[in-house]
Write a protein that binds this ligand. Structure first.
Ligand SMILES: [Zn+2]
Length: 312
């Protein structure tokens, strides 16, 4: 049976409000106490060991540290999702970038999880500088890329709705991302890149938030979209890596201020139902593991030594 992975970016309410330019973020509102147990329960029902990318600024708080401890205790891999969750990470100086990665590691280990070996940036972009920092610090893989053409459209939406953030062209990736590989590959420095899988050939997203956006139009459409993606992955030999977020199981009342967010009109119960269906569909055709295990299993079979042509 071919392999697939599931990862969860444990983005908190404050992080979304920060990217959206809502000053409410500075009060650091959290929906992790509602989201984390619900997600762990769904994973448990499916006997699934996944990877959770944790934001350091949450891991240093009581509710976030409790979430990290519960995730690690349930046997899931805890990986690094930066400290401050700033999508403009690619503009940090080398020293600031190193400090950002290290600070999140310290927060994660202090909360009781092993030192992370996987990283996903908050802005779906990788730079040679980031890959060098990760390799120096002993990371085995990066999972920051999302090879889709929908990203630039998301950026237009973002700029229209969040004029107060320091955003510019590179947030959510440029059009060059369309040509980025949809399969795992090895960078020249040995680090493995495991992209968030998009629909093979069409390069449209298949992650939780996108399925929920389709679900708002029609639940049957969301399921047909995911089934098609899995069929294409199997036909073309792509081992899929599925990305989830806390908002995939939260209702609008549990995420105040995120009414603008795709899929928030769908109730929590419906979301949990869809997620259960998605994981079931994935497990029917694939052996499902976390992203670290996914990378380890691909191992030597990876095509190697791809260089970064440009920053991003
Ligand atoms: Zn994130």
């Amino acid at each position: 049976m071919s392999i697939a992975s599931v990862s969860l970016d444990l983005d908190n309410l404050w992080a979304y409000l920060k990217t959206h330019g809502d000053p409410e973020w500075e009060r650091m509102p959290s929906f992790l106490p509602a989201a984390t147990p619900r997600l762990l329960e769904v994973f448990g029902e499916h006997g699934l060991t996944a990877t959770v990318f944790v934001v350091g600024a949450d891991a240093v708080r009581d509710d976030g540290a409790a979430a990290v401890a519960a995730i690690a205790a349930a046997g899931h891999e805890v990986a690094n999702h930066s400290f401050g969750h700033e999508p403009w990470l690619h503009r940090y100086s080398p020293a600031d970038l190193e400090a950002e990665v290290a600070r999140a590691e310290d927060a994660i280990t202090a909360a009781g999880a092993p030192r992370p070996v996987g990283f996903r940036g908050p802005g779906y972009s990788v730079t040679p500088r980031l890959l060098a920092v990760l390799a120096d610090r002993g990371y085995r893989y990066d999972a920051s890329t999302l090879p889709t053409w929908v990203g630039p459209l998301a950026r237009c939406y973002h700029n229209r709705t969040a004029p107060s953030t320091k955003d510019s062209g590179e947030l959510f990736g440029g059009f060059a991302k369309v040509l980025a590989p949809n399969r795992a590959h090895r960078w020249a420095n040995g680090l493995v890149e495991l992209p968030v899988t998009t629909m093979p050939l069409l390069r449209v997203p298949i992650h939780g938030a996108y399925l929920l956006r389709l679900h708002q139009v029609s639940p049957a459409l969301a399921r047909a979209h995911f089934r098609t993606a899995l069929a294409l992955c199997r036909a073309l030999g792509v081992t899929p890596s599925l990305l989830l977020h806390p908002t995939d199981v939260l209702g609008a009342a549990e995420a105040p201020g995120l009414e603008f967010f795709p899929g928030m009109a769908v109730s929590a119960a419906r979301k949990v139902e869809l997620l259960g269906w998605v994981l079931g569909a994935l497990r029917r055709h694939f052996e499902v593991v976390g992203t670290g295990e996914h990378v380890a299993r691909l191992g030597e079979g990876l095509r190697g030594a791809r260089r970064l042509e440009r920053a991003g």
